[in-house]
Design a protein around this ligand. Structure first.
Ligand code: PRP
Ligand code: MN
Ligand code: MG
Length: 183
């Protein structure tokens, strides 16, 4: 027990690389939304770190809302069954919505979510994700801002969990095999 780091096999994206990409994406968003009011929709729980770190780098005014959906439960595979655990408080009519996610894996969560949000009458819906796994895609999702494309491995940290743990690691890494097998 002790440090979370003991469970990490290797660091895939260190903190300084995450920060560098966040700076770049924030500048892009500032440019793209210069004359628009943005409603940032953070997808709980995984996206909390990206929402916090990305929005504080943006200089345009934003409002924030949160949606909690879950497609993984406590395992490592997407079930494809998306449940709304908490819905938005905001009315989306006429709004420019920017959905922020930590990772697009199969794409099932976001393709479902974007269709759901589009049905609520927004002016636009775009997606920003910190991570994307091209080799795991089961559906195509049109993503405007991507931090990093990564290999099809299970990763944790920077908001991403395994069994609700490791979200507070400040970098993205893979877990040692013995962690899954229960030590
Ligand atoms: C994870 C992740 C994404 C989604 C991606 O969330 O944070 O939201 O899965 O998977 P997909 O592209 O295969 O659908 P999870 O359902 O584990 O909930 P959490 O954010 O609370 O951990
Ligand atoms: Mn999530
Ligand atoms: Mg999860």
């Amino acid at each position: 027990n002790g440090s979370l780091e003991n469970d990490i096999e290797h660091v895939l994206i260190p903190t300084d690389e995450l920060n560098g990409r966040l700076d770049e994406i924030a500048r892009e968003i500032d440019r793209d939304y210069a004359d628009k009011d943005v409603l940032v929709v953070g997808v709980l729980k995984g996206a909390i770190m990206v929402v916090a770190d990305l929005t504080r780098r943006m200089t345009i005014p934003v409002t924030m809302d949160w949606m909690a959906v879950s497609s993984y439960g406590s395992g490592t595979k997407s079930s494809g069954v998306v449940r709304i655990l908490k819905d938005l408080d905001s009315d989306l009519h006429g709004r420019h919505v920017l959905v922020i996610e930590d990772i697009i894996d199969s794409g099932l969560t976001l393709s479902w979510l974007v269709a759901n949000l589009r049905s609520r009458g927004p002016e636009s819906v775009e997606i920003a994700t910190m991570l994307r796994k091209p080799d795991a895609a089961k559906v195509d999702v049109d993503v405007r801002y991507v931090g990093f494309d990564i290999p099809n491995e299970f990763v944790v940290g920077y908001g991403l969990d395994y069994d609700e743990k490791y979200r507070n690691l400040p970098y993205v890494g893979t877990l040692k095999a013995e962690v899954y097998s229960g030590r």
